[in-house]
Design a binder for this molecule. Sequence first.
Ligand code: NAD
Length: 420
Amino acid sequence: MHELNSRIAGFHKLGIQGRLDILKTKCNLDSTAITGMLNTGNLPPETADHLIENVVTTMNIPVGIATNMKVDGHDILVPMATEESSVVAAVCNAARQCYDTGGFATSMSGSHMIAQIQLVNITNPHFCRITILEKKEQIKKLCDDCDPVLLSLGGGFQDIEVRVIDSASGPMVITHLIVDTRDAMGANAVNTMAEQLAPLIEQWTGGKVYLRILSNLADRRLARARATWTCEAIGGTAVRDGILSAYHFAESDPYRAATHNKGIMNGVSAVVLATGNDTRAVEAGAHAYAARNGRYASLTHWEINASGDLVGSIEIPLAVGLVGGATKLHPMAKTNLQILGINTAQQLARVIAATGLAQNFAALKALATTGIQKGHMALHAQNVAMMAGAVGQQIHQVANAMIAQGTVRIDVAHQILQDL
Ligand code: NAD
């Protein structure tokens, strides 16, 4: 570890160059590192500097295109931003195998977000609950006055629900504002409404409001997708039954379900990131939804239909937007939306759900047949070759030699590179 003082007064007030100068001295960065940091790729430094705080550089992640995707009868190219090998290939593969049965059919429950207002210090929570529910019309007006733009787009306040919960600090009355946020993810929109409403709730009830923020369990914004893979297309009944068994394993065991859903999120988060959306919001929502019945389980379902074919379906909260956050600011997010050719946040969420389902199919098929490593190996071997210092042609040479030997390891890569 460095021996340095992390207290840097006024670091945030400096420009990127000023921050880099300090970093260079404190962390002994050489000129190659600084040159790399000055290259911010396709995100202009001034944009990066406005997106987050204390910016010194950007970090590029590859964007790959998932081909073969057909969603609701339309062929579509899906940009995926991920650092993990095999993720894009897996989606291409899965989508090819269900292309002839029509690809993915999708739908969405709506674009409703929930903001929570936490009321405490009350002795009569049920009385408070009814008092708040009485004020629905006043609450609607307050929320809609907060965001006339949403209202003009057909969105805005939809409803309230008020719950009494028991906690270690005593009873709490939790008000949910349910707001249609249209093409925005909606966090800022609903948080503003919750903050505006809080003093009124205190006034009506005599209690104290603490938290006023959205819930990432966006279960009123569920994207759904389904697809059929014929036995013939996937290689027979043994493959089908292996996939089914893998799914049943995930349904019965949270240790497996975590990895199963991680695979789904490989697809989901890659499209969320490529479109400048909030990956953590979607991931938190997905995992909370997977545990909604009291035990963490699969986000997908796999069954056999009357013809003996494999059918898969997914239902996942997807709070994504086309406006707000980085979606309109990152030039690549805009380009990726153009590649997708979609016009609404709901369309985006539906494509993302389809991508998650495709990813899950590919992972289950690989696991139930050849194992995950075979498909991973070619790209993984190239990564290991690069780690060992291979460049240009050497990358393929070293990777191929390791695959031929059946051992993909850094020490083996070093040896092969030396021999070359
Ligand atoms: P935002 O406030 O930047 O934009 C949304 C606003 O844009 C709407 O309120 C509306 O006034 C306007 N708008 C214009 N055209 C619109 C259209 N077609 N549809 C809908 N609204 C339109 O963004 P946001 O979506 O409210 O917030 C998203 C950001 O909040 C993300 O960056 C996210 O990371 C961040 N955030 C997330 C959390 C969380 O997930 N827990 C918490 C806080 C902030």
